[in-house]
Ligand binder design. Structure first.
Ligand code: NAP
Length: 532
């Protein structure tokens, strides 16, 4: 067993595949990609229950086609095969969805919290019952290994469970008044109609991480999933409908990449929408924030990261290697909290690189349905192209390839390790978003902190140390929303997820996650008799 697997978070945090990183792998350096049987896409799609494979958008409680009748293809990243076609909605359908969210709002926000909680709890339970189908759908459209897909589904439904509980605790405060004939109250009220825009890398969890807290506090939502992965979002909506969510409370507006700016413009310009919650790239987040400025809409932004992963000389090598593996190669390196820059101190450098590279070269790359698969395909051709460009740039500037460094076939890239990666290289400045680990050497703690903080991003940072005093010192010095100490796994519904600097605004998950969906109302109640 790899040491990282003994990390308590592997079992505690449901978003990570505790079974992903197995030892002694049969095919180090595979030349071709193993396919999970039954071979081909058609049998897998045919095995899916039709009530979860939805090929219409969900607007105002109705399953609809685009007004234009146009559709776009959802492709399997492992094979390139078409899984389904879904509607290309635009501004007009988005306006309809917003209008129905506004119509549904008064009844939903005034419904007793306990009843809203029951609907969310039912949704969580239906997702648990159907987790095999949901995970299969997720593998088909996103490509991650089935074990990871299953844990994403448990992570996704955990937000419904958590916020079903939180719904009942959105209470207020009475503040001692400065005058005897007044009372001062503060209540927390739902913001109103909200919009959500989600990315493709966690197609199910990002939907519930936004919609569950919004719905729990009494908001309604129009959500646009990514072009590559609309099916998981539609499946959640189908189960929400079955759970008894009233029409209009949650709409799913699907569209191709060309439609996203139109849908985004509508969501950010319609005065009925009072808040936008976006997860995706920093560039698009900034654009949407600018669009929201005109009407001073509230925004929550979960944007890109550039996570440092620091290994100090005093680290436990087993823990450091295990944590780096899971942190870097989960979801083929396509997570916003992936270790993007591995910084390793001189004294442990050689030992770490040797152990880590051996483990990386043994990772099994395969179709997400294959046995023992650990690394699946990348989401699309541009994603592979970006990895290739980053690797070429690093090699040109003097980095060394220790293992990997090539595409295998299609959208599969060999898990890779590069050393001698410098701050001027693209890999150090941008998210590579692929299965390539970039390692740099450092000498002192101060140097490591300076390198780690030398980025406009501030989502997650990790460091490995056996020194308790250093653990507190370094954590305090890192300018990040999340720090992982002796672990590469940090996501769970009970903790606040989010970044600082250009990685975003706001937090998702935990009891803090309620704050982004409520407004404070201060009540000054005058003309009263003095208390007592
Ligand atoms: P992206 O290109 O920004 O897309 C994200 C979403 O925004 C998709 O639904 C996309 O729609 C939509 N979109 C794109 N342009 C838009 C526009 N002009 N108006 C409205 N919507 C628009 O990001 P991505 O490549 O899919 O996702 C990867 C990024 O997400 C990475 O940077 C990653 O770090 C970040 N991420 C952050 C977190 C976090 O919690 N901080 C979590 C996951 C991912 P289409 O797909 O239809 O183009």
């Amino acid at each position: 067993m790899l040491p990282g697997r003994s990390d308590a978070f592997l079992t505690a945090a449901p978003d990570h595949g505790g079974e992903l990183y197995s030892p002694a792998l049969p095919e180090p350096e595979p030349a071709t990609v193993a396919r999970g049987g039954p071979r081909g896409i058609v049998p897998r799609v045919a095995m899916l229950a039709p009530d979860l494979l939805r090929t219409q958008a969900f607007v105002g409680g109705r399953w609809v086609d685009a007004e234009s009748g146009e559709t776009f293809a959802v492709l399997n990243p492992a094979t390139g095969d078409e899984i389904a076609r879904v509607p290309r909605l635009g501004a007009s359908e988005t306006r309809t969805a917003v209008a129905s969210a506004a119509e549904a709002l008064p009844a939903w926000r005034t419904r007793p919290a306990k009843e809203r909680a029951r609907v969310l709890a039912r949704l969580a339970s239906l997702m648990a019952d159907r987790s095999d189908d949901l995970a299969t759908l997720l593998v088909l459209e996103q490509g991650k290994p089935l074990a990871e897909a299953r844990t994403e589904i448990s992570y996704a439904l955990s937000f419904c469970e958590w916020f079903a509980e939180e719904a009942k605790r959105v209470d207020g405060t009475i503040i001692p008044s400065p005058s005897a004939d007044r009372r001062i109250l503060v209540t927390r009220e739902p913001i109103g109609v909200t919009a959500g825009i989600t990315p493709w890398n966690f197609p199910s969890a990002m939907v519930t991480r936004k919609s569950a807290p919004a719905l729990a506090v009494g908001c309604t939502m129009v959500l646009k999933p990514a072009e590559q992965t609309p099916l998981s979002a539609l499946a959640v909506a189908a189960l929400a409908e079955e759970a008894g969510l009233p029409p209009g409370v949650l709409s799913i507006v699907t569209g191709a990449a060309e439609d996203a700016p139109l849908i985004g413009a509508e969501l950010t310009s319609d005065p009925l929408v009072r808040k936008l919650s976006f997860t995706g790239s920093t560039a698009v987040g900034k654009l949407l924030m600018r669009q929201c400025a005109d009407q001073v809409k509230k925004v929550s932004l979960e944007l890109g990261g550039n996570a440092p992963f620091i290994v100090f000389d005093d680290a436990d090598l087993d823990i450091a290697v295990g944590a780096a593996l899971v942190c870097k190669f989960r979801n083929s390196g396509q997570t916003c909290v992936s270790a993007n820059r591995l910084l390793v101190q001189s004294g442990i450098y050689d030992a770490f690189v040797a152990r880590f590279a051996a483990e990386v070269s043994a990772l099994r790359v395969a179709d997400g349905f294959a046995d023992d698969v650990q690394v699946g395909p990348l989401i699309d051709e541009p994603a592979v192209g970006k990895v290739e460009e980053h690797v070429a740039d690093a090699l040109e500037r003097g980095a060394e390839m220790v293992t990997g460094g090539t595409r295998i076939e299609g959208q599969f890239y060999r898990p890779s390790v590069l050393t001698g990666v410098g701050p001027e290289m693209r890999m150090s400045r941008e998210e590579t978003f692929g299965p390539v680990a970039a390692i740099a050497r450092f000498d002192t703690e101060e140097e490591a902190i300076a390198i780690a903080n030398a980025t406009p991003y501030g989502l997650a940072a990790y460091y490995m140390t056996g020194d308790l005093a250093r653990a507190w010192r370094v954590g305090a010095a890192l300018e990040y929303g999340i720090v992982g100490v002796n672990t590469g796994l940090i996501s769970t519904e009970v903790a606040p997820f989010g970044g600082v600097k250009e990685s975003g605004i706001g937090r998702e998950g935990s009891s803090y996650g309620v704050d982004d969906w409520v407004e404070l109302k201060y009540w000054a109640v005058g003309g009263l008799a003095p208390a007592g």
